[in-house]
Design a protein around this ligand. Structure first.
Ligand SMILES: [Zn+2]
Ligand SMILES: [Zn+2]
Length: 248
């Protein structure tokens, strides 16, 4: 199965998983008009959205009119006034559902609005962890969430302490924004700790998501993660395509 990145930043998030017969959209922060050009629409089994912020949900109504089921937390449908016959609420954490041959399990995320992560399974893919806009990977109560048997990881790596401090000193990030960033997004050290908490023996590659252009540096971040986990690591950006090969 192939991952196609449409966007992965506060400018708009969107991804496509495309296999032989089935495909799935992740996030609706890139226009449906753009997204539909990158995939055979007949294969699309659905859309998953994590939360209501515009960089993840702005175009959800256009997707929901696309004729496939769209799953998002209830607050997203309210915020975007986008209820259609294809709109479904995300179940509570650890609930699961099927979209064609995709099976999806919901995991909690820790952001400043109701947000979820997803574990996506498919015969051609194995299991993929998708977690963005979350300070940590943890249960709703805040204890560490241990997830094993994962073959592919798409995880946020929003900022580094070092680059955040530098951006504040240089006036590119305002001091008042610091507290919110630290409370709502994942720091590279947390991304690494999260990866190391998992059994990485089945993981083929890690795709780092949603890097801040002000508060992070792509090469720095990628190198730190590579050094820590010794796996193939990509930084998601528009146009990136990764063939997801599953180690069984
Ligand atoms: Zn975001
Ligand atoms: Zn957000």
């Amino acid at each position: 199965m192939k991952l196609k990145v449409l966007g992965s930043s506060s400018d708009g998030n969107g991804y496509i998983l495309e296999g032989e017969r089935d495909a799935l959209f992740l996030e609706a922060g890139v226009s449906f008009r753009t997204a539909r050009q990158r995939v055979d629409l007949d294969k699309v089994r659905g859309l998953l959205v994590t939360h209501q912020h515009t960089d993840h949900s702005k175009y959800i109504k256009d997707y929901a009119n696309g004729g496939f089921p769209c799953v998002a937390p209830a607050e997203v449908w309210e915020a975007r006034a986008a209820f259609t016959a294809n709109s479904y609420n995300t179940p509570a954490p650890f609930g699961s559902f099927d979209l064609g041959d995709f099976n999806v399990m919901v995991i909690p995320a820790h952001h400043d609005v109701p947000t979820v992560g997803y574990i996506i399974s498919h015969p051609e893919l194995g299991r993929l962890l998708f977690l963005t806009d979350s300070r940590v990977m943890a249960t709703e109560e805040g204890s560490p969430l241990v997830i094993n048997g994962i073959n592919h990881v798409m995880i946020e790596c929003n900022y580094s302490f070092e680059h955040l401090e530098q951006a504040i000193l240089e006036g590119r990030t305002q001091l008042f924004q610091k507290e919110r960033i630290m409370r709502t997004h994942m720091e590279v050290g947390t991304t690494i700790d999260t990866l190391l908490s998992m059994n990485l023996s089945t993981v083929s590659e890690v795709i780092l998501l949603h890097l801040s252009s002000n508060n992070n540096k792509e090469e720095y971040c990628r190198e730190r993660v590579v050094k820590s986990i010794g796996k193939e690591v990509y930084v998601a950006q528009p146009g990136l395509e990764v063939e997801l090969i599953t180690i069984r």
